[in-house]
Design a protein around this ligand. Structure first.
Ligand code: ADP
Ligand code: MG
Length: 380
């Protein structure tokens, strides 16, 4: 585990930023973005897009690839990291970068610092590493759909995490304080505690057990289930108080699979206490005991983060929490068509992408306001 490579943040120009953003926007609908489409979206006054594209490839922020039906550019992980970190830096949420402190199942975790020099936690979501072109063949094994590109999934995952963390924090749940997010990156308070995986004894096991079960019930009464309530996602402070992390897979207690995941979370805690601390109790919560006291689940969907039911479905599929949809082969085919052949929308698409690029560029060159951030958020 090393440092985040951020040297590239320093030497890229405004034009580089614009071209990179153009590829990002083009990739919302296409596996690869051909040079002419990139040029149309970037809409550079001075021209010279191809030289910039080549440079960005050299720095590995983009890659040029041969597709089955056409060739074009793709944003790399590094390129996507760059765009997000650049935005977070420009709006003053991050001012320096430190070491990696964790690798989760679906993320990399770093310590960074804000403008006051306070250490904070940066989580880079990395989902759906499968690329578009392998989707059809892989669907047989994993049943993935074309939209499940890493770009799309990582972004909804981070957005969803930030949305749930904010709603939980506002209600006084023991979670890290959410600070900011952009694309696939979430900034939050650095928890001062031990991951439960590293905790082998506790002073008062029955107390910690009760705290955890009460936490599960309190979440349930607020309308949500964590869905991955295990020792990898729980931290313990020196005072022995649990802090819950890792929220992108949370679901509503009204979801059809809610009872299954509620019981799985409860079982996780019982198993963990039996195994780690030799503690067993007949006292544990049941789904039927829940009493709805709040609508945290609904609030998360209504607060302007811009994610739809379909996005939620795609993400929960990726986390293996719901069944795959059928009938998606046609969409997968469409994503692999050369952009010009995709139904009549070509011009409208370029306009829309251009507008999004202008937005991003504008906000990267001007001090962001909350309102402008909301506008950008709507484009996820
Ligand atoms: P994933 O979704 O990939 O599982 P997590 O959010 O669970 O990612 O984070 C992975 C690991 O990083 C955690 O197990 C924990 O050790 C560490 N970590 C995550 N968030 C924080 C935080 N806010 N403060 C301190 N450590 C953290
Ligand atoms: Mg985790």
């Amino acid at each position: 585990m090393g440092k985040l490579n951020v040297t590239v943040l320093r030497y890229l120009s405004k034009e580089d930023f614009r071209v990179l953003t153009a590829i990002e926007m083009g990739m919302k609908n296409h596996e690869l973005v051909p040079g002419p489409l990139a040029a149309a979206i970037a809409n550079l006054k001075t021209g010279g897009v191809h030289k910039l594209l080549k440079e960005l490839c050299k720095h590995k922020l983009l890659s040029y690839e041969r597709g089955k039906k056409y060739d074009g550019y793709r944003l790399t992980n590094t390129g996507y990291d760059y765009l997000a970190l650049k935005s977070l830096t420009l709006r003053g949420s991050v001012s320096s970068f430190g070491n990696q402190i964790g690798i989760g199942k679906e993320s990399n975790i770093y310590v960074v610092a804000d403008e006051e020099g306070t250490p904070i936690c940066l989580k880079l979501h990395r989902l759906g590493r499968t690329c578009f072109r392998n989707v059809k063949s892989k669907r047989d094994y994993h049943g993935r759909r074309h939209k499940a590109s890493w770009l799309y999934l990582s972004r909804i995952s981070a957005t969803r995490e930030f949305a749930y963390m904010s709603a939980l924090y506002d209600r006084g749940f023991p979670v890290p304080k959410p600070i900011d997010f952009n694309r696939h990156c979430v900034l939050m308070e650095l928890v001062n505690g031990w991951p439960m995986t590293q905790v082998h004894e506790v002073l008062d096991a029955p107390q910690v057990y009760d705290d955890l079960m009460n936490l599960i019930v309190r979440l349930g009464n607020s309308g949500v289930i964590h869905g991955d309530f295990n020792e990898f996602n729980l931290m313990l402070t020196d005072a022995g108080k649990p802090i819950l992390i890792d929220f992108p897979q949370m679901m509503s207690t009204s979801h059809e699979n809610a009872e299954f995941f509620f019981e799985r979370d409860v079982t996780c805690v019982r198993e963990m206490f039996r195994r780690k601390f030799g503690y067993e109790s007949e006292d544990y919560p049941k789904f039927s005991d829940l009493v709805r006291e709040d609508d945290l689940d609904a609030e998360v969907h209504c607060t302007g983060y811009g994610f739809t039911k379909e996005m939620e479905q795609d993400l929960l599929q990726e986390y293996g929490m719901v069944e795959q949809n059928e009938n998606e082969d046609e969409e997968a085919d469409e994503a692999q068509e050369p952009p010009e052949l995709v139904p009549a929308a070509a011009d409208a698409e370029i306009d829309e992408c251009r507008r999004q690029v202008e937005n991003e560029v504008f906000y990267s060159e001007n001090k962001r306001t909350q309102k402008s951030d909301e506008a950008v958020r709507r484009y996820i």
